[in-house]
Design a protein around this ligand. Structure first.
Ligand code: IMP
Ligand code: MG
Length: 185
């Protein structure tokens, strides 16, 4: 892993908690479907999805839950540009109202690909919910239906987001900076 420094906290545990509650209120108004499925995009969505569904439970909403793994990033911070499915969903989404959950909307390639895939499987509707949005990075036009926070074009970690598989467990979201050799003590 490149030398790097974890910078200031961007969104605290408390700020995230509050925002998740607000998103769930919004979602609870929309998601009264008898056939409601939530699909987390692994691995970044695991913490966000877990918080969302526990909160939805309090609103008496009981989705079927599944995950899919899509890969577009290597081990660093740059996208390779191609998206492929390495683990598909197992639930039958025929006629279902689906909400896809991801950590961050960046170039838009992952969610564009995932939405199309779930539609092809016969879902009745497909919506998206992301914790973070980096609109300045968009390559494929895409807007999420439910959005936590908008962020600048800097690499972020925590609350499911990783740098080389580290930092996903952080209960907050922070910036990280990659260090040049001359900055390393
Ligand atoms: P997209 O296909 O470019 O929109 O890629 C979104 C995916 O890229 C996310 O699910 C993340 O896994 C990853 N990603 C994009 N920006 C960041 C970041 O700042 N930190 C960590 N992962 C990121
Ligand atoms: Mg991801």
């Amino acid at each position: 892993m490149e030398p790097h420094r974890v910078e200031e906290i961007l969104f605290s545990k408390v700020q995230i908690r509050k925002r998740v509650d607000e998103l769930v209120l919004q979602m609870a108004g929309d998601c009264r479907s008898e056939n409601f499925v939530m699909i987390g995009i692994l691995r970044g969505s695991f913490m966000f999805l877990a918080d969302l569904v526990r909160d939805l439970y309090e609103h008496d909403i009981h989705p079927r839950i599944d995950f899919m793994t899509l890969e577009s990033y290597g081990s660093g911070t740059e996208s390779s540009g191609t998206v492929r499915i390495t683990k598909d969903i197992s639930v039958d989404v025929t006629g279902a109202d689906v909400v896809l959950v991801d950590d961050i909307l960046d170039t838009g390639r992952t969610l564009t690909y995932a939405c199309e895939h779930i539609r092809e499987k016969g879902a009745r509707s497909v919506k998206t919910c992301v914790m973070l949005d980096k609109p300045s990075r968009r390559i494929v036009p895409f807007d999420a239906d439910y959005l936590g926070f908008t962020v600048d074009d800097r690499f972020v970690i925590g609350y499911g987001l990783d740098y080389d598989s580290y930092y996903r467990e952080l209960p907050y979201i922070a910036y990280i900076t990659l260090l040049q050799k001359e900055d390393v003590p």
